[in-house]
Design a protein around this ligand. Structure first.
Ligand SMILES: Cc1cc2nc3c(=O)[nH]c(=O)nc-3n(C[C@H](O)[C@H](O)[C@H](O)COP(=O)(O)OP(=O)(O)OC[C@H]3O[C@@H](n4cnc5c(N)ncnc54)[C@H](O)[C@@H]3O)c2cc1C
Length: 287
C-alpha cells in the first residue's frame, strides 16, 4: 500500500461538478447511485483500474463520464455523519472498515494513488499511536471524516485524468429503466427526484440499507403505542431519529404510565394496558 499524505480538509466536501459537455458517440457514462462507503470504494477501484491502463490504452479508451448520485453527503452517505457526537462509537473494531483494499485483498488488487485504509488514515491524523492495535471501537464521526476525504480525493483524482469527468449530483434516483424496453443491452435511463433524467451505459447500485416502512406487525405496535401514550421509534439511522424519552405531559409521574407486560400476564384481561410485542420481520423497501 503506498504511503500517502492526506491534506487537511473540511469535514464535509463541497460538491464537485465538471459541467462542460464532451458528449459524443464515444462517451461512456457510468452512474453510481449511492455515495456512501460502497460507492466511494467503487470510485477508488475505478481510479486504480484507469491508473493501470498503459498510456497508449488510455488515449484509445472511450471518453468517460461518471455520475455520482446521492442526496446525502457524498462519502459519509446517510450513515456516517462526520458532525455527529463523538460519543457515538462504531460497532466494529478499527481494523474492519475501509474503502481501500487492505490485508489479503490488498495483496490481490493493485492500489490506486489514493489508497488508504481507515487504519492508516487515523494514524496519519494522529488519532491513535503508530503502534496502537486496531482492536478499539472508533468514533463514528471519525469514520465519516475518513469517508469524506477519500471520496473527495477519488473524485478529484479521477477528474484530473484526461478524458474523465465526474458529476456529483445531490439527488435521489427514483426510477431505473432501459432506454429500449425490448433491448436488454440498451442504455439505462435514471429518473432523479429533481425531475431530470440521466442516460447511463452502466449503472452501479450502491444504495446500502434503503429506508423501510413498517410491516403489519410494526404498524400494530406503533398504533398500540400511540393508544397507550408511548412513543414508538421506527427502524432508522439512530443519529437522525428522535429517540429521547418524552413522558406524556398530562402525567405527573412517568412511572404511572403503561407497562410492558408479558403476553401471559393475567393483567392482559380487561382494558388494554400492555403493548403487544411481536417480531417485526423485514419491512418492504421504499425505493
Ligand atoms: C444505523 C447503522 C449503523 C451501522 N453501524 C455500523 C458499524 O458500526 N460498523 C460497521 O462496520 N457497519 C455498520 N453499519 C453497516 C453499514 O451498512 C456499512 O458500514 C456501510 O455504511 C455500508 O455502506 P454502503 O455504501 O453499502 O451503504 P450506505 O452506507 O447505506 O450508503 C448507501 C448510500 O446510498 C444512498 N442511496 C440510497 N438509495 C438511493 C437512491 N435511490 N438514490 C441515490 N442515493 C441513494 C444513501 O443515501 C446512502 O448514502 C451500520 C449501518 C447502519 C444503517
Amino acid at each position: 500500500m503506498p504511503e500517502h499524505e492526506v491534506a487537511e480538509q473540511p469535514a464535509v466536501p463541497e460538491p464537485v461538478v465538471r459541467p462542460e459537455g464532451h458528449a459524443g458517440p464515444s462517451e461512456h457514462v457510468v452512474a453510481v447511485v449511492g455515495a456512501g462507503p460502497r460507492g466511494t470504494s467503487f470510485l477508488e477501484r475505478l481510479l486504480a483500474h484507469l491508473e493501470e491502463l498503459p498510456a497508449g490504452g488510455r488515449s484509445q479508451a472511450p471518453w468517460l463520464r461518471v455520475l455520482v448520485i446521492d442526496s446525502a453527503v457524498h462519502g459519509p452517505g446517510r450513515v456516517w455523519d462526520p458532525e455527529q457526537s463523538p460519543l457515538h462509537l462504531m460497532n466494529t473494531p478499527a481494523s474492519y472498515p475501509t474503502v481501500a483494499p487492505v490485508g489479503r485483498t490488498g495483496e490481490q488488487l493493485a492500489p490506486s494513488s489514493i489508497s488508504l485504509s481507515f487504519s492508516q488514515w487515523r494514524r496519519r491524523r494522529g488519532l491513535v499511536d503508530e503502534d496502537a492495535p486496531d482492536t478499539d471501537f472508533p468514533r463514528r464521526a471519525d469514520y465519516g471524516r475518513y469517508l469524506a476525504e477519500m471520496h473527495r480525493q477519488a473524485v478529484q483524482t479521477l477528474q484530473d485524468r484526461p478524458g474523465v469527468a465526474v458529476e456529483s449530483i445531490h439527488a435521489s434516483a427514483i426510477a431505473l429503466e432501459r432506454e429500449d424496453a425490448d433491448d436488454a443491452a440498451s442504455a439505462s435511463l435514471l429518473t432523479l427526484d429533481d425531475g431530470t433524467v440521466r442516460r447511463a451505459d452502466s449503472v452501479v447500485l450502491a444504495v446500502g440499507h434503503v429506508p423501510a416502512r413498517l410491516n403489519d406487525a410494526g404498524a400494530r405496535t406503533a398504533s398500540a403505542a400511540e393508544e397507550l401514550g408511548l412513543r414508538h421509534v421506527a427502524p432508522a439511522v439512530p443519529t437522525t431519529s428522535t429517540s429521547s424519552p418524552s413522558p406524556r405531559r398530562d402525567r405527573a409521574d412517568p412511572r404511572d404510565g403503561p407497562e410492558l407486560l408479558r403476553s401471559d400476564d393475567p393483567r392482559h384481561r380487561g382494558p388494554r394496558r400492555a403493548l403487544p410485542l411481536e417480531p417485526a420481520g423485514r419491512g418492504r423497501a421504499a425505493l
